[in-house]
Design a protein around this ligand. Structure first.
Ligand SMILES: Nc1ncnc2c1ncn2[C@@H]1O[C@H](COP(=O)(O)OP(=O)(O)OP(=O)(O)O)[C@@H](O)[C@H]1O
Length: 440
């Protein structure tokens, strides 16, 4: 384990105190926070600042917990978590180490580790009854994220990280240091003679983020300002998409979207944004197809009757004035659900098994459903839609509720209104309102 304390002390150490104070003052009374502390300078600085400023800003009612995720990927991780635990004990903050157990994937390890980290933090927040999770992403993280998304998507509409993200449909993860420079956090810790752990992967140029960091040099503030503007533009676009959803989309039985093709063709930007959410919601994937697939789907709005395509596990069909979208009938995988267990099936339905035996969930398949069952749908589409539902026999002890893949794992704050419009149409509860969850 390495700890370090570079000598330079920036005059901006108080930026950390100011951000912590502002955040604390925004919180509801008796707010319970779970601070995600890796032991690095950013998150240890955040915990220290929140602890100190709780008293200094007159918010002793705010209670802090801390958690460290040991991904089980580096030998030193357990020792680092123990170090965080010892620092928390000194501050009088309850701490828990959360271990990522089970098989690790051979590819996509970093994304899987990130998903596991948020799942574990969400579970711990629920266990202790926290009102929000607090993360220590900095201005540098914001600038790197924006630059990486631009490089990947080549889009002028790329945005940075949201100031808050709903995790697992249940708890908001908040980023109060998004406007604070990393060097200021280091200066804050140095001024208190506190040390932290330097994670060696922060210098590992096999990671895109590390390579991007080296390229950015002195563009951090410029990019962070651009991220701020992009966030406002994205939120406005998302609101327009929500209005378009209400006006120009009919959802049949929570399984087929019927789009007013003329409206979509005439409102290109919000329509494209909305399609990139509707497609994964109906296809059961976490992300929309973006790029060329999305352009083809938009072009289909103006195509003649009978035009078809597939993308993002969805079938698209143009009928006179409507574009229909539904899950296509391939790659529907069976799932076995243990007694008393729950799982997400096909990324579209949350299935709970209250029976005493395991239950195997599969798609209804061809020819099993009443083709006229879905009112207002052409018979052939009704039959196709019936076939991609989960087969849930009556009185089997199994219940099934809609799952919105693009939002139920991670919902960026920008999209809250849009997510709630979809939640209502899919007949599922609204997502938690930050104003009720943790804000004053
Ligand atoms: N092992 C960990 N245990 C607890 N919290 C962590 C851990 N790793 C990261 N965090 C939290 O997440 C914040 C961001 O960390 P980091 O920049 O490494 O994550 P990232 O993967 O780049 O971002 P994201 O988690 O949004 O994808 C940290 O400041 C800390 O609050």
């Amino acid at each position: 384990m390495l700890t370090s304390a570079p000598a330079a002390v920036s005059p901006n150490a108080c930026a950390v105190e100011a951000a912590a104070r502002q955040f604390l003052l925004s919180l509801k009374k008796d707010c319970h926070l779970l601070v995600a502390v890796s032991g690095g300078g950013d998150s240890f600085g955040l915990l220290t600042a929140l602890d100190e400023m709780r008293i200094a800003s007159g918010r002793p009612d705010v209670r802090l917990w801390a958690a460290t995720v040991d991904h089980g990927l580096r030998a030193a991780a357990a020792e680092e978590a123990a170090w965080v635990a010892s620092r928390c004990a000194r501050l009088g903050v309850a701490h828990r180490t959360l271990l990522w157990e089970g098989e690790k994937p051979a590819s996509g390890l970093m994304a899987a580790a990130r998903n596991a980290r948020y799942r574990l933090l969400g579970g711990e927040a629920e266990r202790i009854g926290a009102d929000a999770i607090v993360l220590a992403h900095t201005m540098e993280d914001q600038a790197e994220t924006l630059a990486m998304r631009r490089a990947r998507n080549g889009s002028a509409l790329a945005s940075g990280m949201a100031g808050r993200t709903l995790v697992g449909g249940a708890i908001w993860a908040v980023r109060p240091l998004l406007h604070v420079r990393r060097e200021d956090i280091r200066a804050f810790l140095n001024a208190r003679d506190l040390r932290w752990i330097d994670d060696p992967s922060n210098d590992d140029t096999r990671f895109e983020r590390v390579r991007m960091r080296r390229l950015l040099h002195n563009r951090v503030e410029v990019l962070a300002n651009e991220a701020e503007k992009a966030a406002r533009a994205r939120e406005a676009l998302s609101l327009r998409a929500a209005a378009l959803f209400a006006d120009a989309v009919t959802l049949h039985d929570g399984i087929v979207a019927e789009i007013d093709a003329g409206r979509f063709a005439s409102e290109h930007d919000p329509a494209r944004y909305l399609l990139n959410i509707l497609i994964p919601a109906l296809g059961g994937l976490a992300y929309g197809p973006g790029g060329a697939a999305l352009d083809r789907a938009m072009a289909l709005c103006a195509a003649p009757h009978g035009a078809r395509m597939t993308a993002g596990r969805c079938l698209f069909e143009k009928h006179r004035h409507s574009l229909f979208i539904l899950r296509e009938g391939r790659a529907l995988v069976d799932a076995e659900i243990a007694p008393g267990g729950a799982a997400v099936w096909d990324g579209r339905f949350r299935i709970e098994n209250r029976a005493c035996e395991p239950r195997r969930i599969r798609a209804v398949g061809d020819g099993a459903d009443d083709p006229d069952h879905i009112a207002g749908l052409p018979r052939r589409l009704a039959r196709l839609a019936g076939a991609v539902r989960p087969a849930v026999p009556a009185a089997s002890g199994v219940s099934c509720s809609p799952y919105l893949a693009p939002f139920d794992r991670f919902l960026p704050g920008f999209d809250l209104a849009l997510a709630n419009s979809l939640a209502e149409a899919f007949a599922r509860p609204a997502y938690p309102d930050p104003a009720l969850a943790y804000l004053r």
